[in-house]
Design a protein around this ligand. Structure first.
Ligand code: SF4
Ligand code: SF4
Length: 422
């Protein structure tokens, strides 16, 4: 085997001086996207652009190489799941091939949607980004106002580097260790603090700054190749003159694994702490019933969840959930728990959108953890199939309207099926 095939870890940058200077981390990702789009390997690119300010990342679907330069690098504020845009594009144009720039939660959502046959993995070219997590814009603005003493509207830059939040405001640069921010009650979104996927190896390649070392640490991206497809498109971009790559320094590779190990340890500690707050067994059930009693049945958590994909939501069946009741009966939540809990990827979208501040993601993630211990299924990874969810809509219909439908009614309704049919 040649060096190319043997090497998974690279340093890379754009061959275009302007892109290398101005794009994030030397513009390697920009170079890959330009190569994929201009070679016709993909029809479109899904990435983020800067919106009005640092709190406003916007997903975009791009079909022209000229527009790729307007994409941003990593974004550290906001709660965006790029997976939604990919799914919508595929629904509009079945068979479209998309290069998507994704963080861990996006990658996990896409993997679960591939299993549910909403997406075809062969049509996806996934460029992962290492991710430390993101801040809610509301929390970030409060932190900047209350702790930094700055006007949140005057902030020019907001990013995490080496475990520290860095805020730029005119000539002023402020830095705070993440743990200090989190001790003060601000900090990354709760689901990010519990995240077990800082390096999303579900993707074809993963890019970022973890592992840069020595002379190659400025204007450079660390690239980890995870699949044969990733190896091929990185090599194609090199051959076509979009990017330069050199093997990563081993000291940098070791540093990368140390950063990842530290991130995983912190996340594990946060999971234990947060899960212990909601109790076990009956005390957890009573916590969940108490929290969900504030629900106003707005359906935001359903709309936000990448895995809530049933065409006919069971919560809208009047014999399962009585219409017009607010708060809705507990069955409303039980149906969602029973559909999603085995596959929850802890993206936090449901919790971010809940107007009643119900910690839905926390509850769902805690349940998922227990189901994983029982059945060994870890959602968001390519291997394995979900335990509770049906893998395709067709199978789900067959399931409900086959032998088990009457059993569903018996479990979830006070009416018997016979009474309903009268
Ligand atoms: Fe994400 Fe919430 Fe759905 Fe889990 S239940 S996948 S945290 S939106
Ligand atoms: Fe209820 Fe919150 Fe979901 Fe709305 S988002 S339906 S209030 S749990």
């Amino acid at each position: 085997m040649n060096t190319w095939m043997n090497t998974r870890m690279w340093y890379g940058w754009s061959t275009n001086d302007h892109i290398r200077e101005h794009a994030a981390s030397g513009g390697l990702v920009t170079g890959l996207l330009l190569s994929l789009l201009s070679s016709g390997t993909v029809d479109a690119v899904c990435a983020l652009q800067n919106g009005e300010d640092v709190y406003d990342p916007r997903p975009v679907l791009i079909t022209s190489g000229d527009e790729i330069l307007s994409c941003s690098g990593s974004q550290f504020c906001g709660s965006i799941l790029t997976a939604d845009w990919v799914v919508r594009a595929v629904e509009r144009s079945p068979g479209i091939k998309i290069a998507a720039v994704v963080k861990g939660c996006d990658a996990k959502a896409l993997v679960e949607l591939v299993k549910r046959r909403k997406l075809d993995r062969d049509d996806l070219y996934l460029i992962g980004l290492n991710c430390t997590g993101t801040f809610s814009p509301v929390q970030a603005r409060s932190f900047i106002r209350e702790v930094c003493g700055q006007n949140p509207d005057k902030i020019d830059s907001f990013y995490i580097r080496n475990g520290r939040l860095v805020i730029g405001c005119g000539d002023l640069t402020l830095e705070y260790p993440l743990e200090i921010i989190e001790e003060r009650g601000f900090g990354r979104r709760d689901s990010c603090r519990r995240c077990d996927t800082p390096i999303p190896r579900q993707c074809d390649v993963v890019c970022g700054t973890w592992g840069l070392y020595g002379e190659n640490s400025e204007h450079t991206t660390f690239v980890e190749v995870c699949t044969q497809k990733g190896s091929s498109f990185l090599d194609q971009a090199r051959k076509d003159g979009y990017v330069t790559i050199v093997p990563a320094d081993m000291k940098g590779v070791e540093a990368r694994f140390r950063v990842e190990a530290a991130m995983l340890t912190i996340a594990e500690r946060n999971r234990s702490l947060m899960f212990s707050r909601i109790g076990n067994g009956l005390s957890r059930l009573s916590f969940i019933m108490d929290e969900t009693s504030r629900c106003i049945k707005c359906y935001q958590c359903f709309h936000a969840c990448p895995l809530c994909i049933c065409q006919e939501c069971q919560t809208k069946k009047p014999w399962l959930v009585q219409p017009g009741e607010v708060p809705p009966p507990f069955t409303f939540h039980l149906i969602r728990f029973s559909h999603i809990a085995d596959s929850c990827i802890n993206c936090g979208q449901c919790q971010d959108r809940c107007p009643m501040d119900i910690p839905i993601s926390l509850m769902m993630h805690a349940l998922q953890g227990e189901l994983e211990q029982m059945f060994g299924y870890h959602p968001g990874r390519p291997e394995g199939m979900p335990v509770l969810a049906k893998v395709s809509q067709r199978e789900e219909w067959e399931h409900y309207y086959g032998n088990n439908y009457l059993e569903m009614l018996r479990l979830f309704s006070q009416k018997t099926p016979d009474t309903r049919n009268e």
